[in-house]
Design a protein around this ligand. Structure first.
Ligand code: ATP
Length: 350
């Protein structure tokens, strides 16, 4: 990362008394990137965002933004807009006054403020709501206004702290794609904290997966999903089957299946995504094929999560995805048996 570097975290550490919430965080973010901090509750993602905002002071380490050392600057002297999980609009101010807040603080001319408010309220899809009060808006509408308020001063950095988690499922999906579209339209460098892996996979250019105060992996959604660097990442992002295995004399033994594998002899754990086990096409003579019995079908619409057992594998349980069309074409139901083939190149061996 060279000329388009925008935000840099160097050796950030944060302790609360004797508890280390963040240790040795190093990260570079490019201008215009959409980065998600993803991790389970308590992993330190909010603390890291708050350090970038100056709302929390790091115990050691530096933060650089646009080439400037902002490590010790108070929030008001930093260049960002922020949206929190709870709507945090001023309840006694109208939508227009909420959006105008940062501009009024900067003593922008009245006509300019008026124009900018109209533009922003339109940008977030709520033209005409300028005179309303927060209590007259739905949760999703309030978050749109919070977003307009955060963007009003044209900040270089947009910080989003779980902005969708208080919304219902449908609104969450709708607003996340609106946020992504808006972010791309404006080109504003954005960091969003989330514990929802689907949310991170769907909007981010890069995901920073955190666990217990450290970064486990940084990568594109595709890489994080397909090339998880650790068992934690494989487990936390997406569904995965975990199978005990053994490497012996250049072969990986998974139950009775044998797959060529480099490396020293050892016990291992194999991680396999449900979609990497196929029910078709399977031809005579294909390798890595096994018989399975359907134990349970979780109906999810066009695809089903199908729990199968197979004496070929140990332990015998595996979850696979099968299309509804395939299940009905083949008249498959609980108790049916079928042939499955796993894709050996997709196995992750840890
Ligand atoms: P969540 O999604 O639950 O907010 P998170 O990953 O954002 O989780 P943080 O809020 O960053 O986690 O907290 C990281 C750790 O630091 C937690 O164990 C938390 O209890 C602790 N922590 C956070 N703020 C403080 C504080 N002011 N004083 C003491 N401990 C704190």
């Amino acid at each position: 990362m060279t000329h388009d570097l925008f935000l840099e975290l160097r050796n950030i550490r944060k302790a609360f008394g004797g508890f280390t919430a963040l240790q040795d965080i190093n990260l570079q973010i490019r201008k215009g990137e959409f980065v998600c901090f993803l991790g389970p509750s308590g992993c330190g993602k909010t603390t890291l965002l708050r350090i970038i905002a100056g709302l929390e002071v790091q115990t050691s380490g530096e933060v650089f933004q646009a080439g400037r050392d902002i490590s010790r600057l108070p929030p008001a002297q930093r260049d960002y807009g922020i949206v929190f999980q709870s709507y945090a609009l001023f309840p006694n101010l109208s939508v227009a006054d909420n959006v105008a807040y940062g501009l009024v603080n900067r003593k922008a001319p009245r006509a300019e403020i008026h124009q900018r408010v109209l533009e922003l309220v339109k940008l977030v899809g709520l033209p005409g709501s300028e005179g309303k009060y927060p209590s007259q808006l739905s949760g999703g509408q309030q978050q749109r206004i919070a977003l307009a308020r955060a963007l009003a001063t044209r900040p270089g950095l947009l910080l989003l702290d779980e902005p969708l988690s208080a919304l219902d499922a449908l609104e969450r999906v709708r607003l996340r794609s609106e946020i992504r579209a808006l972010q791309q339209q404006l080109g504003v460098t954005t960091i969003m904290v989330t514990h929802d892996q689907e949310e991170a996979l769907s909007v981010a250019d890069r995901i920073v997966v955190m666990n217990h105060g450290v970064i486990e992996q940084v990568g594109s959604p595709y890489d994080i999903y397909r090339e998880p660097a650790s068992p934690f990442v494989a487990d936390f992002v997406g569904k995965v089957n975990v199978l005990p295995a053994r490497v012996k004399s250049g072969q990986l033994h998974v139950g009775e299946l044998c797959i060529p594998h480099d490396g020293a002899d050892r016990d291992a754990r194999v991680y396999l995504r449900p979609e990497d086990v196929l029910a078709r096409p399977i031809a005579d003579g294909d390798a890595h094929v096994f018989e399975a019995r359907i134990e349970k079908i979780e109906f999810l619409g066009s695809y089903c999560h199908v729990h199968v057992t197979s004496p070929t594998l140990q332990p015998h349980n595996l979850t696979v995805y099968l299309s509804l069309n395939f299940l009905s074409e083949q008249s498959l139901k609980v108790g049916s048996t079928l042939k499955l083939r796993l894709l050996p190149e997709r196995l992750k061996v840890f």
